[in-house]
Design a protein around this ligand. Structure first.
Ligand code: NAD
Length: 422
């Protein structure tokens, strides 16, 4: 039976995160005491967020902030506004952030936040009130030395500006380093907006190199045409590859000769959807996943590739721009099929890497130009890819396990050195 979207959304990403942790810890032969110290989140805060809506009534929303691990430095992770946000989803995302920061070797732990709401049905003013009240709810946890939020699904630089302002008002002075992904005029970093998609692009280049796939003329499919997906698509298109299919939450489009990506970006920003783009035929989400291509980039939400559709995937490389797009069961099927997966915690780490650059610039009050940001990003992404690849080859494990092993071993090492308090 085909899985419905509801079944798919009900798959628990936290269980998947723990399963991956256990598998990697077994491979690393991590001792029991260290596992007990790092397997579970350090802290989770759930807050009620009452907001006066435009119709004059007060609605109440639920938000979470989870700090998974801070052994290597302040907690770091985005904030998501989405109707399906749950505490378990936020825990899973915070867990992945922890290993991700360690893989790219930046001095941060992992965190994540989320508010269960439907931002598409809310006015700008309602979103501002929601953001400010959520910020005041999680105020005891956040700060440049403690926990630094960033944008995630359906949050953006404006959301970060509201968080920064709310926090600064509470402190009585401006604190730019409390969030990353801010507008550049408020201490944001050049290049942050396209960092995730650019990082995805660099890891695809590395993978294509390993697999001897020419990075010119490759066929690309992108699921999710938001920040991460559209930037990756744009860079792949600029490098003379063919982005033949693209989707967003409203539908999927296809052109066997390649879509005109710069024009599609303009179309999406004008109309809010990829649907209706000229010179493209509309296809179903199932057809998009089954489209034959060299590179498939899932860049929407978790659990989009399940045991029900994994068999149909017809790609050589899957570059996980999204967090957790493949369920563990689907992962096994794709591995059997010989698909090369660039795992999320490596593939999409460009966002948090440039967030680290932003935080470092804010804290030092010295700002870098775009070229410096991109060249440092490329170096970190390609070094991290090579580090994971080395474990994959030396230990004869798949890329996901290798990435988890690298991230977890670095967090375990920091934990071992710090010892147990008290
Ligand atoms: P975004 O809100 O900018 O874009 C999300 C896109 O996914 C939108 O185009 C939306 O229409 C589309 N989408 C939603 N449901 C869909 C569905 N069922 N089918 C197809 N498309 C669908 O968000 P983003 O920041 O690009 O994040 C996308 C993914 O990348 C998330 O998993 C996020 O956690 C991950 N990520 C983002 C960043 C970042 O810096 N933005 C960093 C690391 C990871």
């Amino acid at each position: 039976m085909e899985a419905t979207m509801k079944d798919v959304m009900q798959a628990n990403p936290y269980e998947a995160a723990l399963k991956n942790f256990d598998m990697a810890s077994d491979q690393l032969e991590l001792d029991y005491d260290i596992r007990m110290m790092i397997r579970n989140p350090e802290r989770a805060l759930t807050v009620n967020i009452p907001v006066r809506m435009s119709n004059g009534r007060i609605e109440s929303f639920v938000g979470h902030r989870v700090q998974y691990n801070t052994a290597r430095g302040p907690a770091k992770g985005g904030i998501r506004f989405h109707p399906n946000v749950t505490l378990d989803e936020v825990k899973a995302l915070a867990c992945w952030m922890t290993w991700k920061c360690a893989i790219v070797n930046i001095p941060f732990g992992g965190a994540k936040g989320g508010v269960a709401c439907d931002p598409k049905k809310m006015s700008t003013q309602e979103l501002e009130h929601l953001t400010r009240r959520f910020t005041s709810g999680i105020l005891p946890l956040i700060g440049p030395a403690m926990d630094i939020p960033a944008p995630d699904v359906y949050t953006n630089p404006q959301t970060m500006a509201w968080i920064m302002d709310t926090y600064s008002m509470m402190k009585g002075y401006s604190v730019t380093g409390v969030v990353t992904g801010k507008p550049v005029s408020l201490g944001g970093s050049l290049g942050r907006n396209e960092a995730t998609g650019r990082g995805v692009f660099y890891t695809i280049q590395s993978a294509a190199d390993v697999l001897n796939i020419p990075m010119k003329g490759a066929k690309v499919v992108v699921q999710g045409f938001g920040n991460a997906g559209s930037v990756a698509a744009h860079l792949l298109d600029s490098a003379k590859n063919y982005v033949i299919a693209v989707s967003d939450s409203t539908g999927c489009i296809y052109n066997k000769n390649g879509l005109d990506i710069p024009k599609l970006i303009m179309h999406k920003s004008r109309t809010g959807t990829v649907v209706g783009f000229p010179n493209a035929e509309q296809i179903t989400p199932e057809e998009l996943i089954a489209t034959r291509c060299d590179i498939f980039v899932p860049a929407a939400l978790e659990n989009s590739i399940t045991p029900e559709n994994a068999q149909k995937v017809d790609a050589k490389i899957i570059a996980e721009a999204a967090n957790g797009p493949i369920t563990p069961e689907a992962d096994a099927i794709l591995f059997e099929k010989g698909v090369f997966i660039i795992p999320d915690i490596l593939c999409n780490a460009g966002g948090v890497t440039v967030s680290y650059f932003e935080w470092a610039q804010d804290e030092s009050h010295v700002f870098w130009d775009e070229n410096e940001v991109y060249s440092r990003l490329e170096k970190i992404m390609k070094t991290s890819f090579a580090d994971v690849m080395k474990i994959q080859r030396d230990r004869k494990v798949n890329m996901r396990l290798a990435a988890n092993m690298l991230g977890i071993s670095r967090v375990a090492e920091a934990t071992r050195l710090r010892g147990l308090y008290p």
